[in-house]
Write a new protein. Structure first.
Length: 211
């Protein structure tokens, strides 16, 4: 499938991009509670300084991370999201726009110890796109830890209906995720399952770079 991801997400309602001013307190609390339990708390904080919030949206998670004492860098497809995140979290240390073609991206920021990516991967348009992101994470950035959340399915990707069904664009099995990280030199040190309000299964993973 070929499409202009950046153009599409620039046209999406700010609410879908997690602009914090459009979120209810209960939704913020629900998201942060899950993120803290499944993507943050299991990590050894004393081994992490710089964290990259990939797909930062309006900065809900970035704000939480700064409040916890981390130095935060951010990345997003949408320039308006980056701007909103910086307004919400003026302490952001470094930011960059994600291009449609990940292979063209050159990272020039500080050394990253940890990448966190929540409620983003299910919006990827294809497994090929996911693989290009994983290559960038593990080769170009190469952090010690990577925390991700995915929606579970039998490795289903959308064909030509992305603009209609982008909320569940990519559904992935636990075995597939484990395999993709393992072959890139990372091992799973934490996994938990949950589900959305609508009952869609969620998987949370934390991977550590092999020594």
């Amino acid at each position: 499938m070929r499409m202009d991801l950046k153009k599409f997400w620039n046209g999406v309602s700010p609410g879908w991009r997690h602009i914090t001013t459009d979120m209810t307190p209960s939704k913020k609390e629900r998201i942060l509670k899950r993120v803290e339990k499944n993507l943050i708390s299991p990590l050894p904080k004393d081994q992490i300084n710089h964290v990259l919030d990939w797909g930062c949206g309006g900065g809900l998670i970035s704000r939480f991370l700064v409040n916890r004492g981390y130095s935060v860098c951010i990345a997003d497809l949408v320039e308006d999201s980056i701007k909103e995140c910086k307004k919400h979290v003026p302490e952001i240390e470094f930011s960059f726009i994600i291009p449609d073609q990940i292979k063209s991206l050159l990272y020039t920021g500080p050394k990253i110890d940890w990448i966190i990516c929540n409620e983003v991967i299910q919006h990827f348009p294809s497994i090929i796109y996911l693989e290009s992101v994983l290559d960038f994470w593990t080769i170009s950035i190469s952090p010690k830890y990577i925390s991700i959340q995915t929606k579970r399915g039998e490795n289903r990707e959308l064909g030509d209906n992305y603009e209609k069904d982008f909320l569940n664009g990519l559904l992935l099995s636990k075995d597939f995720i484990d395999s993709e990280f393992n072959k890139r030199g990372y091992s799973c040190i934490f996994h938990n399952s949950d589900q959305t309000i609508a009952g869609i299964p969620l998987d949370y993973f934390i991977f550590e770079k092999n020594k």
